[in-house]
Design a protein around this ligand. Structure first.
Ligand SMILES: Nc1ncnc2c1ncn2[C@@H]1O[C@H](COP(=O)(O)OP(=O)(O)OP(=O)(O)O)[C@@H](O)[C@H]1O
Ligand SMILES: [Mg+2]
Length: 395
């Protein structure tokens, strides 16, 4: 029915059956963090579980190094789960009656690694995630954030080259979550696993993902790098998703601009200006007229060339085309201006006077952080984790 153009909800109404995942084709590169994002119920967990066949696909292929996982015998697939594909579940999946170390080395135990080596590798991994000295504790004695790190350590200790992570950080409060994301990026930088990472949080996706796939109703509607997704949303759904989760649309240029450290006046001479730039450590400077109306941007090199040519006015070095936006320009429209350049963007008022500048770092921060006045605003999709029966590495 879906193939004949009926929607997921129509199919559900007529048959009572849910389309979990449909028409989801993608490739994950070696060493990549591939993020899958979508609203609750869009099929993310199902997609992930199809990769290691915790859910049997009804059709389609899943290739791992050229072998179709979807057609392997159950013995082969168990072997793959032990040696090649690790998984971190949406709700930790830790074993409460075992110690921290026993949890971390659980996968190694299943692989038949000898006890002494298990212990050594387990301790090393615990140190990696900042839990040294905690190995003898019981899981229930740890905070949520610590338990999360045990889950991460367990996945890392097993040494599988591929990690499937289903919203591993979603149960954490925002600050610990940020820490875990950074820790994960640090570790990933060293161990270089291939990761498929599920989240419903756009900030997390943009921060972690080399590439991001967006799911709707079981289908993948867009794949791109984070910049692509923000600047060229494939359709209205993606656009709405982005609007819902980030604050780019409501935040405007004014909210992230800073005072320019120094400015130059168009009547000034190049020697004076270059000296000022040197003292402030700036490679570019905004040039304004006496009413502080923006003329353009001058680069240190250009100014130095004027001096060599013995010119006494700055005009020849001013780039009149330098990008500028209004105080009320939404950040989403500012972002594309940074795609091909590293320099700042000027913010001008309705009379063209320079009010501030936006630098790349502040823009990204503005795109991914909630403005203070909006903190705690309700309605983030799928924010409430629901208890699930996940519990074991092996089924
Ligand atoms: N065991 C199941 N039996 C029947 N339908 C299911 C089952 N598991 C999931 N579904 C349905 O499949 C669809 C996709 O569910 P899935 O759990 O993959 O969503 P998700 O994107 O992971 O959501 P969340 O963000 O809430 O974890 C939903 O419509 C859900 O109702
Ligand atoms: Mg899920």
């Amino acid at each position: 029915m879906r193939r004949r153009g009926r929607s997921k909800s129509e199919v559900e109404k007529v048959t009572g059956a849910t389309i979990g995942v449909y028409d989801a084709s993608f490739e994950v590169r070696e060493g990549e963090i591939f993020v899958v994002i979508g609203l609750s119920g869009s099929g993310k967990s199902t997609l992930l579980r199809l990769l290691n066949r915790l859910i049997e696909p009804t059709e389609g292929e899943v290739y791992l190094h050229g072998e179709d996982v979807a057609r392997m015998s159950s013995k082969q697939i168990r072997e793959i789960r032990r040696r090649k594909i690790g998984m971190v579940f949406q709700h930790f999946g830790l074993l409460p009656n075992r110690s921290v170390l026993e949890n971390v080395t659980f996968g190694l135990e299943i692989q038949g690694v000898p006890a002494a080596e298990r212990r050594e590798r387990g301790l090393r991994t615990l140190e990696f995630v900042g839990l040294e000295g905690q190995e003898g504790k019981r899981i229930t004695e740890l905070s949520g954030g610590m338990q999360q790190r045990v889950g991460l350590a367990r996945a890392l200790a097993s040494g599988q080259e591929i990690l499937l992570m289903d919203e591993p950080f979603s149960a954490l409060d925002p600050l610990i979550r940020r820490d875990m994301q950074n820790l994960f990026l640090d570790i990933q930088g060293e161990v270089n696993r291939t990761v498929v990472f599920i989240t419903h949080d756009l900030d997390e996706a943009l921060r972690l993902g080399h590439r991001v796939a967006i799911m709707r109703d079981g289908e993948i509607v867009q794949i791109g790098d984070p910049e692509d997704i923000l600047t060229r949303p494939a359709d209205e759904y993606v656009e709405r998703f982005i609007e819902d989760v980030d604050y780019a649309k409501v935040r405007v240029a004014e909210s992230v601009m800073v005072e320019p450290r120094e400015i130059a006046y168009d009547g000034e001479g190049p020697r004076v200006v270059l000296r000022r730039m040197r003292q402030a450590g700036m490679s570019t400077i905004y040039v304004v007229d006496r009413e502080r109306r923006l003329r353009g941007l001058a680069e240190a090199e250009g100014v130095a060339r004027l001096i060599e040519r013995g010119e006494s006015r700055l005009d020849g070095a001013v780039d009149l085309e330098a990008p500028r936006v209004g105080c009320g320009t939404p950040l989403r429209e500012v972002l594309p201006l940074f795609v091909d350049r590293r320099g700042p963007v000027a913010v001008v008022d309705e009379r063209g006077r320079l009010r501030g500048v936006i630098v790349r770092g502040a823009l990204i921060a503005g795109l991914t952080a909630a403005p203070e006045s909006e903190a705690g605003r309700p309605g983030r999709p799928g924010a409430e984790p629901v208890a699930s029966p996940d519990g074991e590495v092996e089924r």
